[in-house]
Design a protein around this ligand. Structure first.
Ligand SMILES: Nc1ncnc2c1ncn2[C@@H]1O[C@H](COP(=O)(O)OP(=O)(O)OP(=O)(O)O)[C@@H](O)[C@H]1O
Ligand SMILES: Cc1ncc(COP(=O)(O)O)c(N)n1
Length: 274
């Protein structure tokens, strides 16, 4: 027997339900790297496999509903979860199945929904007929939803081209049922800062500003931000604190982003260690 040694206490457990990016910059790979960097135990339920690199998504294959359900049950029933993040859900059927699975969790488990629809290269990652399930089944179960401006347009029909319009869009999204809405302004590229807007259940606004890095190595920014929010919620932050810390983490990762392949390189998930 070893005297004076005790088992280390387990870190909070965070589950990502998302697609695989073979290039390692976005999707499940970005989520698990972020979770490691933020000090939680990352787990995954894979929804789809993409063949993807720095120049685009060459193809993808959604997994059977049963495979997603079984991964979820295997993790939740034995290990347990302190927070969940969803990413690429690929189809209407998978979106509905994931909403049903999330409905089986204790209501206090926070769920961060990144409504991934289109890749940075413009490749569709969500079927057009999945938007109804996203709006009607998944968003009402979200503690935080984190759309970029393309996703805002797909979900609400609103075209956002200015900060004022981000407020209108956040309120339209809040009406669909998520407790908190984080509209990401990363695509407003004519601004000197990268600006996001968080709107809470009472309608209060919190603007998050960070230096915009003139850097095309931004593959996986959204996945990284949403996973960092879920990690910080699992560690006990409230939503505004979790979002602020996550924004700082992704901003550092973009600043340190590096070229890989011929196209858009990844953010650096390990920037704090280098
Ligand atoms: N060039 C940049 N410099 C600094 N911050 C940025 C830059 N581009 C995006 N961001 C920030 O990164 C986060 C993710 O935003 P973005 O709009 O890129 O998400 P996204 O398009 O969903 O990402 P993804 O590439 O995963 O699809 C936001 O906080 C946004 O403000
Ligand atoms: C599996 C998967 N999930 C999410 C994204 C979005 O990331 P990006 O917009 O940077 O391509 C992606 N490309 N692939």
């Amino acid at each position: 027997m070893l005297i004076g040694m005790s088992a280390a206490s387990a870190p909070p457990r965070v589950l990502t339900i998302a697609g695989s990016d073979s290039g390692g910059g976005a999707g499940i790979q970005a989520d698990l790297k972020t979770m490691l960097a933020l000090g939680v135990h990352g787990m995954s339920a894979l929804t789809a496999i993409t063949a993807q690199n720095s120049v685009g998504v060459q193809d993808f294959w959604p997994l059977p509903i049963e495979a997603v359900e079984q991964q979820f049950r295997s993790v939740v029933d034995d290990i347990g979860v302190d927070a969940v993040k969803t990413g690429m859900l690929a189809s209407a059927e998978l979106t509905s199945a994931v909403a049903r699975l999330i409905g089986t969790l204790a209501p206090e488990v926070p769920v961060v929904v990144d409504p991934v629809s289109v890749s940075k290269h413009g490749d569709a990652l969500l079927a057009a007929d999945a938007l109804d399930a996203l709006r009607g089944e998944l968003l009402p179960r979200a503690k935080v939803v984190t759309p970029n401006l393309d996703e805002v347009r797909l979900i609400t029909g609103l075209d956002v081209t200015s900060e004022d319009e981000m407020t209108t869009a956040a309120r339209a999204l809040a009406a669909l049922g998520p407790r908190w809405v984080l509209v990401k302004g990363g695509h407003l590229s004519d601004q000197p800062e990268s600006v996001d807007l968080l709107v809470g259940p009472d309608g209060a606004e919190m603007w998050l500003r960070a230096p915009r890095h003139d850097n095309r190595h931004t593959h996986g920014t959204g996945c990284t931000l949403a996973s960092a929010i879920a990690s910080r919620l699992a560690l006990g932050d409230d939503v505004p604190a979790a979002v602020r810390t996550a924004k700082d983490y992704v901003t550092g990762g973009i600043k340190a982003g590096f070229p890989l392949g011929a196209g858009i390189g990844p953010v650096d998930h390990g920037w704090r260690w280098r």
